[in-house]
Design a protein around this ligand. Sequence first.
Ligand code: HEM
Length: 566
Amino acid sequence: MGPLTLAVFSLAVAGLLLLTGYVVYLCIIYPLNNPIRQLPGPQSKWLVEWRHIVMTMDPRRSPHTAAEFVEKYGRNVYIRGPVPWDQRLFTLDPVTMNHVLQNTTIYEKPWSSRRLISGLIGRGMLSAEGQMHKRQRRIATPAFSLQAMRALIPLVFSRGTALQERWMDLIREGGAEEGKGTVINVCSWASRATFDVMGAAGFDYEFNALQNEDNELLRAYVDMFETAVSRQKGGMRAMLSMYIPIIDKILPNETTRFVAKCQKVIERVAGKLIQEKKRKISEAEEKGEVYQGKDLLSLMLKSNAAKDLPPDQRLSDADLLHNINTFMFAGTDTTSLALTWTLYVLALYPSIQDRLRAELLSVAPAADLHTLTNDEVQRLYAALAELPLLENVLRETLRLIPPVHSSIREATRDDVVPVSGPLKRTLKDGRVVEERVSQIAVPKGTFVHVPIEGFNLDKGLWGESAWKFDPDRWNDLPETIKALPGLYQHTLTFSAGPRACIGVRMSVIELKSFLFALVTKFRFAPDPASKIGKANVILTRPYVAGRQNEGSALPLLVTPYVPDES
Ligand code: HEM
């Protein structure tokens, strides 16, 4: 063996030893020494552990799991993620949760989930951390102000009216007899409508998804997001790509090639839109005018060009494009699923549906929606915003079926988190004892599971009826609720703290406007041929039992509402 070969060999051996040492540390030493393991929790004996994730994240099981955890182990529980170094704190303690969600410099989104998002839509607000995130959020905040959102109301209403008209067409085309309806997959239509809203409101672009789904940019977004959804269901390769992302580069498969193709289309078409917008803004400036664009992109470009913004705080065109992608990803299916689930619960509770319709009709203008002027639409929305049952129905559906089921954070340094009550510990002989402590140690690298649905459905906080749809509960909330963290009505549906949803106002406007357009024109009833189940595939989606492989669907019997029938 020559000296060069020997050196290469020695280096390779040293590298292998280092790698083995690191793997041993990650898989054995770090997990065994993490004090989080002292907390009680379900057993785990395996190197690769999926059961805890399934128990806590599958919406068919998760409410039972959370209730059982609180009963058996208390509100701070140790669970395992899929890999041994994924040591998780599962907390249903509002004080602990508040600490984690407020302290965004300590608790970040884990590298693996950020990579997954950024690999798809780039480094927008959803996946950025630290200064980069702050910069993006600062530039975007004015675009989501109350005033900016109000300006979008007529645009949102026009898409609600278009959806109403499309459903009327479907009922006519279905050849339903007078007074009879047809079965409509409300899930896919709600999704098309929210894509149209986001195209127009996000970057002044008409997808025309309610007319057909052929638009090149629409197809790129829809196909790319669907690939992400199907990947969530997907086996060993998906897991390997999550933890060892370079695999996608070295061994691209059909999925990675397909996503790259969609990204190219988005870069080309949406990239051109950004350039056109910039041109329009500077043309207006040259004429001494202010460009009047009301869409999120125009408003972000304006705040990005503000004279008092230091140059190192400005976003590049790539950052802007990634944030447009982020709004498409974070703002379309979330809202369409919220609408879908609301129509579903209204179908299950016809008396509440009737009460809601009566309330909506009490503010309905005599003229058809599409004939209203912008001012009339604004007045109509102002009246809708004051309706108590509409507000309660929305709060209650968003509480009961939050589209984002749960989230996750990782401690980027050692921390101690406050806890509100005694901790339970399971002794070796199986006895459970309670210990009075005010905080627990959370070492760097520990994951914190954020059970959004878990908090929203907690019977200890919301009372025995927590799992039931009861919009009237909002007229008389228990005191325990008012101390809960949450951006929206004491629920975690839109998360909490500096990383909470930026689009909450926009989605409420969409949901109220769409509910007005749909519930005043149609009656909704369950489709007797379809049993609906829930699954958490990135978001909590409806599926028809036995037909899960056809994708997310929620067929409802939709019948035109005839005003004098009740
Ligand atoms: C019913 C509808 C919606 C729900 C339930 C929802 C829920 C959420 C939740 C739970 C988060 C936090 C995610 C996490 O911590 O992992 C979030 C973040 C976010 N949402 Fe929404 N969202 C909705 C609509 C929208 C809309 C309409 C937009 C934009 C147009 C939007 C844009 C965003 C963005 C950009 C973030 C990241 C914020 C940040 O990290 O600073 N969302 N959303």
